[in-house]
Design a protein around this ligand. Structure first.
Ligand code: BDR
Ligand code: CA
Length: 313
């Protein structure tokens, strides 16, 4: 498979942290150009320092980490400490990072990287609210043809939302940003809750992370132990959903996932259903598809990939 040039845009978050680790461990398939961070699960000062903490655990203090938008385009920031804990990666128990935060703003990094690149060559992976990516497209629309595809975690199409009955967290926090990115016309792949709620860290799977017996395994064990509690209690799930690593796994082994080319729309006006993602699954409107939306995954293969790759770090 051709190696992909990737920018990972994240808001760590325990599941973002595992996504970062999977990307760092997959150099054969992924050329990780930089990690950009955004306000989401916790405020920006924490998401950027958490991204650096995770790079350091993986022995990758050389990775470039950038801080981006501290708030959504138009709405007040909503965070999710009730799921992720005060730090965003509760359970990881990591010291303050020592590697530097890049001086350049995340949005400028995205713009500069794309402008220097060939057409259709950069894969952008937003696994938090899409504020940084939208701002980059608004600041410099000439980056749009440089993007090979946007592969994001967000939305809920046949499932209910996890932040309101209608909306999933990442899209709810910045629906206008998601709309800017989707309507730019870039190839758009979405991993909604329909997929990620099938990627559950059951107690047996949690044990396998711990059994890696390495600093990375211990950090994953601690974080996921903490992260599991919320969804197991609230939804009665057998484990917490490992949302964001689905995006990175899709870059490595797309065959793990099933989905459909559909027409996708995002609610940006109604307060009641703000951030809802409406996929025309049965092509009722006969509109041209604008997104590949996944709805299923081979969960054993997904977790197999995670253990294999994280075991290398
Ligand atoms: C998404 O929201 C965050 O809580 C997770 O990191 C994930 O990106 C799931 O709705
Ligand atoms: Ca996230």
């Amino acid at each position: 498979m051709e190696k992909k040039s990737v920018i990972l845009d994240c808001d760590p978050g325990q599941d973002d942290a595992v996504a970062i680790l999977l990307a760092l461990a997959s150099e054969q398939e992924i050329d990780l150009l930089g990690i950009t961070t955004v306000a989401g699960n916790v405020p920006l000062s924490l998401t950027e320092s958490n991204a650096r903490r995770i790079c350091e655990v993986a022995g990758r203090a050389d990775m470039a980490v950038f801080a981006g938008a501290p708030q959504p385009l138009m709405r007040k920031l909503v965070t999710a400490e009730w799921i992720h804990g005060k730090t965003g990666i509760d359970g990881a128990d990591l010291p303050d990072p020592t590697m530097p935060l890049q001086v350049q703003h995340a949005v400028d990094f995205i713009v500069d990287t794309c402008m220097k690149a060939a057409d259709k060559s950069i894969t952008i992976c937003p696994i938090g609210p899409m504020t940084n990516v939208a701002l980059a497209m608004m600041k410099e629309p000439r980056i749009i043809p440089k993007i090979r595809e946007v592969v994001c975690m967000g939305g809920a199409v046949k499932e209910f939302g996890n932040t309101t009955p209608a909306a999933e967290f990442n899209i709810y926090v910045d629906p206008q940003a998601a709309e800017v990115v989707l309507s730019s016309g870039v190839p758009f792949v979405m991993m909604p809750l329909d997929v990620t709620h099938k990627a559950l860290v059951t107690p047996e799977r949690l044990q396998k992370f711990k059994d890696l017996n390495s600093p990375v395994g211990n950090v994953c064990g601690g974080m996921l132990d903490y992260f599991n509690r919320f969804d197991m209690t609230r939804y009665g799930f057998e484990g917490g959903p490992l949302h964001d690593p689905c995006v990175v796994a899709y870059l490595i082994e797309p065959e793990i996932f099933k989905g459909r080319n559909v027409h996708l729309a995002i609610e940006t006006t109604s307060e009641l259903t703000m951030g809802q993602t409406l996929a025309d699954w049965w092509d009722i409107q006969e509109k041209t598809p604008n997104a590949f939306v996944c709805d299923d995954l081979d969960h054993d293969r997904f977790f197999g990939l995670l253990y294999e790759r994280l075991g290398k770090l």
